[in-house]
Ligand binder design. Structure first.
Ligand code: HEM
Length: 363
């Protein structure tokens, strides 16, 4: 698989279908001035451009360290990685004098009613989302980007995710055994739901960017595995085997809420019905969703520590993600999941050409 071109008005990792492996690296700036911040963003751009273009990575001499980790060797696949860069609200505090240029709707992530947020898994000045078909490609990029920005950037938290390849039977399944990623926003509405068009009180440099929400959501799988399949299906509103909505027969069938006003087939408090009631009023809260599973071993009680790296892109976090999240507040699924981390970020406009760099118009 080849990734889309690096240069463009938007960052190519946003619309890209989930790759099999991902890393979410939340970093804080340790740069001490605007000039040092510019250097960090230039370095990120140079290396993200090179890494996403791909090609062989081999040590070039014995007198200098290798240009990257070398783990991909001489036959590294070309163009299979995307690097997506976003900035958190904390980067617009007093340090770099950027306060007046903050994207209008950027703020620190809210705490929602059922959250159990761990401070060491939340927020950050910068989000790097790396996606590739292979894990070694992702890890090479993690190491290369961190090495070349050392001094200006420090990791705050890091999560790695995976999305199993789609099977002939349809979308990949999450840790609860349900197909995930089935419903998506219609292509015709994508531009208006995702990208910032300029105006509306947003600073002009934000055009072509988008807001990203990242949520680290633990899934209590031992508990879940004791629930009957029919009860699980009523929590989601979809069949476990086919992924079809309970009103349909195939994964891609549209849920039929009009003929089920009382929720006797798809419960009114099921995940899909609350997340997207498909009413004229709710259409403006739709979001571009991407999900990766994560596996972090076991916790101190011996329980499996796994979950979902939920991420979504949108024009307005309050109108889209936060509205959907509030509708989901008391869904039955809340007993089986526990949001532990994440953050809100502004995904920068794309790097236009070889002379441009991330956040140039901001800095
Ligand atoms: C749909 C799982 C968290 C928003 C779905 C579906 C599953 C699922 C299985 C149905 C298949 C599909 O259309 O992809 C989960 C799990 C979660 C989680 C296991 C947590 C661990 C969230 C969160 C949000 C969200 C935090 C947003 C606040 C949605 C939306 C849909 C959806 C908008 C599509 C509904 C539709 O258009 O029919 N989710 N989800 N989900 N989920 Fe989640």
């Amino acid at each position: 698989p080849t990734a889309p071109a690096f240069h463009g008005i938007h960052q190519s990792g946003v619309l890209q279908e989930p790759g099999h492996c991902s890393a979410f690296l939340s970093c804080d700036f340790t740069a001490r001035s605007r000039a040092e911040l510019v250097e960090v963003m230039q370095m990120l751009t140079t290396h993200a451009r090179a890494l996403t273009t791909g090609g062989p990575s081999v040590p070039t001499g014995i007198t200098a360290p290798s240009p990257d980790t070398g783990v991909l060797g001489p036959d590294a696949p070309a163009g299979s990685l995307t690097v997506t860069v976003g900035i958190g609200a904390s980067a617009f505090d007093g340090r770099f004098g950027l306060g007046s240029r903050k994207p209008l709707r950027l703020k620190a992530m809210d705490t929602f009613p059922n959250d159990a947020l761990q401070p060491d898994l939340c927020h950050g000045d910068l989000m790097l989302q790396l996606v590739a078909p292979e894990r070694d490609t992702v890890l090479n990029a993690v190491r290369t980007l961190l090495r070349t920005t050392r001094g200006g950037l420090q990791v705050r938290w890091r999560m790695e995710g995976f999305s199993p390849p789609p099977r002939p039977s349809g979308s990949p399944r999450n840790h609860f055994g349900f197909k995930d990623g089935t419903a998506s926003i219609p292509a015709a509405q994508r531009d208006s739901l995702v990208w910032l068009p300029g105006g509306g009180g947003e600073p002009p440099w934000t055009v072509g960017g988008t807001y990203q929400v990242v949520r680290v959501i633990r899934m209590l799988v031992e508990f879940w595995d004791r629930v009957t399949i029919s009860e699980q299906e009523r929590m989601f509103g979809r069949r476990k085997d086919s992924g079809a909505p309970l009103t349909g027969t195939k994964e891609l069938d549209t849920p039929n809420y009009a003929d089920d006003p009382k929720g006797s087939t798809i419960p009114l408090d099921s995940h899909i019905r609350l997340a997207n009631p498909r009413t004229p009023q709710s259409s403006s809260s739709q979001l571009l969703r991407r999900a990766y599973s994560y596996d972090s071993g076991v916790d101190s009680n011996g329980n499996l520590d796994m979950g979902l790296l939920f991420t979504c892109f949108q024009r307005d976090i309050e109108r889209q993600f936060a509205t959907v999240q509030r509708r989901l507040a008391d869904e039955p699924l809340t007993d089986y999941i526990s949001p532990v981390g994440g953050g809100y970020f502004f995904t920068l406009p794309g790097v236009r050409d070889a002379n441009d760099y991330f956040a140039r118009a901001l800095l």
